[in-house]
Design a protein around this ligand. Structure first.
Ligand code: GLN
Ligand code: ZN
Length: 751
């Protein structure tokens, strides 16, 4: 039985790729040293797969920046604002495409989330003048030759043509599907070049886990028809969700190999696949960090292996292991009992090969036994199942999900309390995180300074931020979040049920990596989390200071979540912890509380039919966290986007008194959705683009506000930046906010 993974992480167990690429960008290392690191990382990945006992190594998953970008280059899809000749080497061209070319002032390609993951890919551009043809040299071929020269049995992997075309952006008049023919031809040429060196060629087609339109289906048929010479060698991989009715389409292409994600799809679908096809069973979860319950996994796949035969079944990870950290062995601070429950990429490869040995010769060695014991121990552990927490979630009532008064009444009470002017000004939470702030936090974490020194420093910083805001004339202040490294990690470190890793890095995009916390047990609050800082900030000023919390859905979506209870229950546990924090803040005299939820939209399931279920519990969780607040307490929320067209009724359902959103770059276009829906509560559409160092002028922000007033009422409008200011410098923030406050003042004169 063949065993393989869909892909392996490429950043290196110690983030070697990040370091090497950034050194190259800085000019501290040359191309050949960067390429040496690249080769070493590929060899490490292949060796790890082989030593774990996998029968195939996956080749082509390595990239210096992004594999979708590499595919665009392989297809000669280079936007016309970039000219290939301007760059000494393909690598430089690809970095310029990904990051923009500052010298020549050419903007980068866009970047966006890869399906429902936190990985970001570079969005290829289809221009009217684009012509797609296979490049003479491609990275994938180079990588395959390297692996072959080292003696590996190779499965090459490519972004599937339909997925690639579906994710690209049309920049002109020409529709994407008109490129299908050229794409098919280019892939056909690539496949004929690769085929002699590979056992399999994997086409990653997660787009099959989404609802396909009819042009998409036609494009599939026409592209795969061109690949018919290679069907014997092609393995199409569908993952991130059930293939559902798209299985017919997949089968009609005649490809011999079909990979399905059995962590997100039932086995019933397998009976629809004819017996002459080879099926790759994705049973080891590539999206999460839990050690596999091998006995349960064996029960799932055994009947299929028996029916189809070992020569026609493969065992695999559900999707690429790109989404999990590399090696659990490098974790030195996790408690041993939790470590026992986890498996990172290296461990997942071993699980796969053990599972295969078990299925072929019944092997049940000590590893098998220890996996069984670990699964058992996890189920019973007192931190995993806390009756008190479960009961509290089970007894949540409808009344706890709603504020005690409707918005209009709350607004009157809040106005009385806060006495804010028309067009109140505020910011989203963080102020510049200077290198010094970061250093103090890191030194405290390492135990190099005392708690007292740390707190004194942070108080000094908070005071500075309060005085700055008073001088700027802002109406609702924030404490600036200097104590937070990250909006999720900060709370994860304080909430029992969460743990954090020291080396659990996962690629987010390019050289940026994140270390998502892990929710392993029942989450509850053991002590107040923000009171100390917020009350200190409030004690310094007579203006209202916002309590600042991260919402339950974001706390969940930006973490690895336990797989033994429904996500909804985890979200409710977190929501209840936040509800207690809200109550404490209120009791300390805090009258404005912001609960950030930037992750609600990206959590949308890939299939429309599942939206309602998700949005129901996601919005309920927010309501559970926020609705305990007295009607006179003003609840804010914040989201880092404003494309609410298709979920506006759900945003309204959050019933936040004020929502701040990103809007400056879209020229307020996106407020239309609020207008059409007659959204009743207050809105703060961002007028200051915090992603750019540019300082927006008074006139510019005033104009944006006027534009907003074309669709929303004066009494509804707040004035704020697009997002937090933590990545900006004070020299940019000060003049920008001065202008913003001035724009609001100018507007007030007219009303
Ligand atoms: N309150 C957070 C900040 O200001 C919000 C960050 C976010 O929306 N991603 O940094
Ligand atoms: Zn934001």
């Amino acid at each position: 039985m063949e065993t393989h993974v869909i892909g392996f992480p490429r950043i290196g167990a110690r983030r070697e790729l990040k370091k090497a690429v950034e050194a190259y960008w800085k000019g501290a290392a040359d191309r050949s040293s960067l390429e040496d690191t690249g080769k070493r990382l590929m060899e490490y990945a292949w060796k790890t797969q082989k030593e774990a006992g996998l029968s195939l190594v996956t080749v082509g998953d390595f990239s210096y920046y992004d594999h979708i970008l590499d595919m665009a280059l392989a297809l000669s899809l280079i936007p016309s604002r970039f000219r290939k000749e301007d760059y000494p080497h393909d690598l430089d061209l690809s970095f310029a495409l990904a990051r923009g070319d500052r010298e020549r002032n050419i903007p980068a390609l866009d970047m966006t989330k890869w399906f429902d993951t936190n990985y970001h890919y570079i969005v290829p551009e289809l221009e009217d003048s684009s012509s797609i043809r296979l490049a003479e040299h491609t990275r994938i071929e180079e990588q395959v030759h390297l692996a072959r020269s080292l003696g590996y049995r190779v499965k090459a992997t490519l972004p599937g043509p339909l997925t690639f075309l579906s994710l690209a952006r049309e920049t002109g008049e020409r529709p994407r599907w008109s490129f299908a023919d050229e794409v098919g031809k280019a892939y056909a040429t690539l496949l004929s070049r690769l085929a002699p060196h590979c056992e399999w060629i994997q086409m990653e087609e997660p787009i099959l886990a989404t609802d396909l339109s009819s042009p998409q289906k036609q494009a599939w048929a026409s592209i795969y028809a061109q690949l018919s010479d290679h069907t014997e060698r092609i393995l199409v991989a569908c993952y991130f969700g059930p293939v559902g009715e798209n299985i017919e389409l997949l089968l009609s292409s005649g490809v011999r190999g079909i990979h399905l994600d059995l962590t997100r799809e039932g086995v019933e679908v397998l009976s629809r696949i004819p017996e002459d096809r080879v099926v790759s069973l994705g049973v080891i979860d590539g999206r999460n960090v839990w050690r596999t319950d091998l006995e349960a996994a064996a029960r799932i796949v055994e009947p299929e292996v028996a029916r189809r035969g070992e020569d026609k079944t493969m065992l695999s990870s559900s999707c690429s292991l790109l989404h999990v950290p590399i090696d659990l062995e490098l974790e030195t601070t996790l408690p041993d009992y939790i470590k026992e429950w986890l498996a990172f990429a290296v461990q997942k490869c071993r699980e796969l090969s053990l599972l295969a040995r078990h299925l072929t010769n019944g092997e049940t060695g000590p590893e098998w036994e220890s996996a069984r014991k670990a699964a058992e121990a996890r189920r019973r552990h007192p931190e995993v199942m806390i009756p008190r927490v479960r009961e509290r979630v089970a007894s949540v009532t409808g009344a706890q999900l709603a504020r005690s008064l409707p918005f209009a009444d709350r607004k009157a009470l809040q106005q009385e309390k806060l006495g804010l002017p028309l067009f109140p000004t505020t910011t989203i939470g963080s102020f510049p995180q200077t290198p010094e702030i970061r250093k103090v936090r890191a030194r405290f974490k390492r135990g190099e300074i005392s708690r007292e020194e740390y707190e004194t420093y942070m108080e000094g910083e908070i005071e500075r931020v309060i005085r700055e805001q008073e001088a700027l004339g802002l109406d609702v202040l924030v404490h600036g979040e200097p104590e937070r490294n990250d909006m999720v990690e900060y709370f994860a470190e304080l909430l029992p049920g969460y743990c954090t890793t020291t080396n659990g890095w996962v690629q987010s995009y390019g050289t940026r990596c994140v270390k998502p916390p892990i929710i392993y047990g029942d989450v509850h609050r053991s002590e107040p989390m923000t009171i100390r800082w917020i009350t200190y900030a409030q004690s310094l000023t007579s203006r209202p200071v916002k309590g600042m919390l991260t919402g339950p859905v974001t706390m969940l979506k930006w973490s690895f979540v336990r797989d033994d209870i429904p996500a909804r229950d985890v979200a409710f546990q977190i929501a209840l912890a936040l509800r207690d924090e809200v109550a404490d803040l209120e009791a300390q005299g805090i009258t404005v509380i912001q609960i950030d939820e930037p992750a609600i939209r990206e959590g949308l399931p890939l299939r429309r039919t599942q939206w309602e279920e998700y949005l129901t519990w996601a919005t309920d969780a927010f309501r559970l966290a926020s609705s305990g607040a007295a009607p006179g307490t003003q609840i804010h929320t914040h989201m880092c986007y404003s494309d609410f067209e298709d979920i506006i009724e759900w945003i309204a359902r959050l019933d936040a008194d004020v929502i701040s959103i990103e809007a400056s770059r879209s020229d307020m276009q996106l407020l239309e959705a609020f207008h059409r829906f007659e959204y009743p509560n207050d809105i703060g559409p961002g007028v200051y683009d915090v992603h750019s160092p540019r300082i927006p002028g008074i006139e510019e922000m005033y104009r944006l506000l006027k534009k907003a007033l074309e669709v929303i009422a004066p009494g509804q409008l707040w004035v704020n930046p697009d997002c937090g200011l933590k990545t900006r410098a004070w020299e940019e923030v000060r003049p920008s906010l001065t202008n913003m406050v001035e724009a609001a003042r100018r507007l007030r004169k007219e009303y």
